[in-house]
Design a binder for this molecule. Structure first.
Ligand SMILES: [Fe+2]
Ligand SMILES: [Fe+2]
Ligand SMILES: [Fe+2]
Length: 369
């Protein structure tokens, strides 16, 4: 709404939208969302001395600037905790030296944090509370625009409930849709690889599970003589297969003790969550479909649907073998790394029950030779 009020053109609106969407991407080292940490340390001096908080805008910039089309967005994300009076971080930029869109995001970000800290304040109380920071944290002109949007144009109605946010987000997504930022398949490939690295960072620290599953899956797909476009689809499905583990409690993936029934439901739920996330991206429906079935077993004992044999998409059967092979050959909380030969014999033991015999056959010959 602030962007529209400033009469930004269509391209500027997109830039603002996407930089706002990605500004905290550098917060990935933190368990949960960086915003949870920020609400625990509302004071800027405290934030500056907390390393993960201090460094996250810089990390956002580093991640985004590695894509030529995201470079400008990266610059904005890098400055989203700069304060108008120069007391922010990481660089201590001041006034107009802070990119305009970063100043807008600063206000939106602070509003979101304040809303979770002061749930019961009236609108006027809330605005005067935030107003204390105008001129210090906020660009005063932009803050005035924000206040008038709240008072005269019902800005808070847009974000009042989760349903309202979701509805407006759906509209915005249609409005902002364009292929520009991920123009080439090479850029898209690199971006999805980054998403895989982020997922791995949070769910299999130091191990690169999704990146390895991608390598193994591609190797299998190649051995099975699949087409080039199919191999690419499998590679992307592997990058993204566990993205649903980011949503919900993440400690369950690191837990050494036996999982409770509820925790086990969370674990099994990751395939549906991965599917929902990827299926919401235009053009990714086939990849989402492959992902949904990566834990189905050949004999029908898997999840989420208990599909059997040929009913399971071939790509999903490949992912399932690659996923298991990587799990066996790497150190997990519940077992030590085994040799590749042991892994192959474990795969072979579960042929027909868990895995497609043809896939295991061709892959184990390749590993052992
Ligand atoms: Fe942030
Ligand atoms: Fe999985
Ligand atoms: Fe996995």
């Amino acid at each position: 709404m602030m962007g529209k009020k400033l009469n930004l053109d269509k391209n500027e609106m997109k830039e603002l939208f996407f930089s706002a969407l990605m500004h905290d991407i550098g917060g990935v080292k933190v368990d949960g969302h960086i915003i949870e940490l920020l609400t625990q340390i509302p004071d800027v001096y405290g934030q500056k001395s907390n390393f993960p908080i201090f460094i996250h805008p810089y990390r956002s910039e580093t991640i985004l600037e590695s894509f030529p089309t995201f470079r400008k967005i990266g610059e904005i994300a890098g400055a989203h905790h700069e304060f108008f009076d120069g007391t922010g971080f990481p660089k201590g930029l001041k006034g107009e030296k802070i990119p305009l869109f970063a100043r807008i995001i600063r206000i939106a970000d602070a509003v979101d944090i304040a809303l979770s800290l002061h749930k019961n304040e009236s609108l006027d109380e809330f605005i005067s509370l935030l107003g204390i920071s105008s001129g210090e944290e906020f660009d005063p002109e932009l803050y005035n625009i924000f206040v008038s949007l709240v008072k005269n144009e019902g800005l808070f109605d847009l974000i009042k409930t989760a349903d309202a946010v979701e509805k407006n987000m759906a509209e915005l997504k249609t409005e902002m849709k364009d292929g520009y930022f991920l123009s080439s398949s090479d850029t898209l490939n690199r971006f999805l690889k980054t998403v895989a690295a982020i997922t791995d960072n949070l769910t299999s620290p130091g191990h690169n599970h999704s990146l390895r599953v991608a390598e193994i899956s591609v190797q299998i797909a190649y051995l099975m003589k699949l087409s080039e476009s199919e191999i690419l689809a499998i590679r992307w499905a592997a990058f993204l297969h566990d993205i649903g583990k980011l949503a919900g409690n993440r400690y369950v993936y690191r837990k050494k003790d036996k999982l409770t029934d509820e925790e086990w439901l969370t674990v099994r739920g990751h395939v549906q969550r991965s599917y929902d996330i990827i299926n919401s991206v235009a053009g990714m429906d086939k990849i989402a479909y492959y992902i949904l079935y990566h834990h189905e077993n050949y004999d029908g004992s898997g999840y989420p649907e208990g599909l059997k044999g040929e009913k399971i998409p071939f790509a999903s059967r490949i992912l399932h073998v690659a996923d298991a092979f990587d799990a066996i050959t790497s150190n997990r909380p519940y077992h030590k790394k085994k040799q590749q030969e042991d892994a192959v014999s474990e795969l072979r033991k579960n042929v027909g029950r868990q895995f497609d015999p043809a896939i295991v056959d061709i892959f184990s010959k390749y590993v052992i030779s």
